[in-house]
Write a protein that binds this ligand. Structure first.
Ligand code: NG6
Ligand code: CA
Length: 506
């Protein structure tokens, strides 16, 4: 019996098949941009900035027009992407400080651990912003930093711990600060100042890039940040080199793992603030640093595509490009983004942007390329990044336990362009929760200001319920909540049900 099974396994194996269904094992690369809006890449209508590599992905793959990040800010979007659970269910899934504890419980299934189980080698390179260490103890940056990516399924990690504008301004590779020197211990604080590094608040004369709001604590490379840090001088990153450094790490991860299935989650720092393009990209657009870092982002994506080609991996690699939330112009530094945007529409035809309940908050670019498997074209399927986990489970022939990834739908057929049908309903998260249901969008009533005066973003907050019919009114101008369509109660009830049931996956 044993021998027969072995023989069968060998025969099936040599035919490229495995037991049961025949799951594919393409390499998977997610290029996850930061704060890129629907209208920022050329393939989504931009003309004042050229993005030939993203445009090429769009030409060779599927371009989605109704794809969403799970939330309108970074941490909750990344939480949902990795766990398949809406972030509103997770207490504390808000924009995290740079010394926050790991938000995802070690051992909890994630996209990375799921793919590990399917035999993939997994890696994360770039922006993390999901916390490190535990709630119980203050994190010591000078020793092994854990739990972190490794404990939730990543074999390899090279990360920016939080964001480019938050301390500590160092990379962490596999649980260790890169370039750390024990003679110069690193301390990080989001309470009282630590050490005697100058701050932006007290020494504005030292700044090369000035804040417009917030961002006035420890100065690193002439840029004051959110949070304090001391020590680790030799380990501190050079802002203009971040794209080069992390792109090189991403390329090297692909090179090292080219002979086995790999999953790379490449989360770029671009185009988040502080926007400091490398000198070779500075001035490439007439939009100032925000335009130039879009060019830099496109370059990074191009390096990944070229690497896949050079190693002859392109046809066996599923490449996904998307963004963690909608766009913002002035996000806290005086980099002239607002003054120079003239005519460019970061949110495309949609209202609002980063942090907004309107579509601009979560409707983001999504490009999917898998040559030979995904026919080039466009898709209007309603899809969210929270769906990647269940879709990858289907791709690799894994069955999810009922408790895992409670909001992740298997949309593999939509992702691969086999159907144009997506979700029927989707929860979007910003200041309030919104529910998409077909062409309808319901924004639950909520408190908070209507306009973020600092970023000049319309938040979409309103004490009253809002309902828009997106097919007729993509810009969400005509609130139909007062009209007797009966939709308000239906959608409010449906949203309430999704909230209280604790899961939405059938
Ligand atoms: C905000 C920051 C903003 C950015 C954002 C997080 C201020 C005034 N604004 O609090 O600059 O860092 O957090 O962005 O501090 S995200 O893309 O990581 O969600
Ligand atoms: Ca972001």
């Amino acid at each position: 019996m044993k021998n027969t099974i072995l023989l069968l396994a060998l025969v099936l194996g040599s035919a490229g098949l495995t037991w049961g269904a025949s799951p594919a094992k393409p390499n998977i690369v997610i290029i996850y941009a930061d704060d890129i809006g629907y209208g920022d890449p050329g393939c989504y209508g931009a003309t004042r900035v050229k993005t030939p590599n993203l445009d090429r992905l769009a030409r060779e793959g599927l371009r989605f027009t109704d794809a969403h990040s799970a939330a309108a800010t970074c941490t909750p979007s990344r939480y949902a992407l990795l766990t398949g659970e809406y972030a509103f269910r997770k207490p504390g899934a808000q924009i995290l400080k740079g010394d926050a504890a790991l938000l995802i419980a070690p051992g909890r299934p994630t996209i990375a651990s799921l793919l590990q189980q399917a035999g993939y080698t997994t890696g994360v390179v770039g922006k993390w912003h999901l916390g490190l260490g535990t709630e119980q103890a203050e994190l010591d940056w000078n020793h092994e930093i854990k739990p972190g990516p490794r404990e939730i399924g990543f074999n390899y990690s090279f990360i920016i711990p939080a964001t480019g504008d938050r301390t500590p301004c160092v990379f962490v590779e596999n649980q260790r600060v890169v370039g750390a020197d024990s003679a110069e211990p690193i301390r990080v604080s989001y309470g009282a100042p630590v050490g005697d590094d100058p701050t932006g608040k007290d020494h504005p004369e030292l700044l090369t890039l000035k804040p417009s709001h917030g961002h006035n604590q420890t100065i690193v490379n002439g840029i004051s940040r959110i949070g304090y840090m001391s020590g680790g001088q030799a380990a501190r990153w050079v802002d203009a080199d971040i794209a080069d450094v992390i792109t090189r790490q991403a390329v090297s991860f692909i090179e090292k793992n080219q002979r086995q299935p790999f999953f790379l989650y490449f989360a770029t720092h671009d185009i988040h603030v502080p926007r400091v393009p490398h000198p070779r990209f500075a001035g490439q657009t007439a939009m100032g640093p925000r335009g130039d870092v879009i060019v830099e982002l496109d370059w990074s994506a191009g390096e990944i595509l070229q690497t896949l080609e050079r190693l002859k991996l392109a046809t066996n690699t599923l490449v996904i490009f998307s963004s963690d939330n909608g766009p913002v112009l002035d996000d806290g530094y005086q980099d002239q983004a607002r003054e120079l945007v003239v005519g460019h529409q970061p949110s495309g035809p949609f209202r609002g942007g980063k942090n907004s309940n309107f579509e601009g908050g979560t409707r983001v670019p999504l490009l999917v390329r898998w040559p030979g498997r995904v026919a080039p074209g466009t898709s209007a399927a309603l899809i969210s990044q929270v769906d990647l986990l269940a879709s990858f489970a289907a791709l690799t022939g894994q069955k999810l336990a009922a408790t895992v990834a409670p909001d992740s739908f298997n949309l593999l057929p939509a992702l691969l362009g086999e159907t144009k049908a997506g979700r029927e309903t989707l929860v979007e998260q910003a200041g309030s929760l919104s529910l998409r249901h077909g062409d309808w969008k319901y924004i639950a009533p909520g408190g908070g200001r209507k306009m973020n005066e600092q970023t000049k973003t319309e938040t979409g907050n309103d004490a009253q319920a809002q309902i828009y019919h997106l097919a007729n009114d993509a810009g969400e101008r005509n609130n139909l909540a007062a009209q007797p369509s009966g939709q308000t109660n239906n959608l409010a009830d449906l949203l309430e049900k999704i909230k209280t049931t604790g899961r939405s996956r059938p």
